[in-house]
Ligand binder design. Sequence first.
Ligand SMILES: O=P(O)(O)OC[C@H]1O[C@@H](O)[C@H](O)[C@@H](O)[C@@H]1O
Length: 254
Amino acid sequence: MTDLGLPENILACLFDLDGVITRTAVVHAAAWKETFDAFLRERDGAGFRPFDTDDYAEYVDGRPRADGVRTFLASRAVELPEGEPGDPPDAPTVHGLGNRKNELLLERIRAGGVDAYEGTLRYIEAVRTRRLRTAVVSASANCLDVLRAIGAEHLFDVRVDGVVAAERGLPGKPRPDTFLAAARDLGVPPGRAAVFEDALAGMDAGRAGHFGYVVGVDRVGRPQALYAHGADRVVTDLEELLGEPGERRPPRTG
Ligand SMILES: O=P(O)(O)OC[C@H]1O[C@@H](O)[C@H](O)[C@@H](O)[C@@H]1O
């Protein structure tokens, strides 16, 4: 292992955004809850079953926007027409619900700003100092704006986000294609790239792509779920990985 807590053969690090680099996973989750609860209340009346944190983790977190809508609604045996990407936010369609959520997300981001995980930024700086290559791999179409909000876009050699994936026709997480595309763009085989993810769908993508190492970032106290979905190692903050073997080395003499 290196002093980055990674196997020696790793040449590139592929970072998820929401929940790994920025404290935005909870903002997405809150916008989804408001969207789905309003939809379910209107459909099922006051006794509706609310969207909860398990629903978010299992059906929405890490997936592209429209896939999140489809996967959650399917879990409740609800079918909606697809509609069009430009549907208004009150349209009872997959894209309408997705657009409603995006409005609520952007309102929340405008009001509260975006915070980074400082430990992740320090880790990425250390990775780059050691001349490993870096990519951000996010399902979010808002990825570039969020990175710009924290002034971190220069930390990544490659970006494969919701916009890039749509342009290239890449299926999102839990499929491995966006991570594989990032590794390819960096010129590194998957077996020599490490994936850093907080979402179960992202873990599944890391496992399906046969990446060299998969780090689960546990922000919500569910390490077992991350291991069950393929993590090689689970940390609560990336800074835990810094300097690990170094700490165990005996002090130099002479
Ligand atoms: O709606 P956006 O910004 O394109 O994001 C898509 C998805 O991006 C993922 O990073 C989030 O975990 C999901 O909650 C979100 O739905």
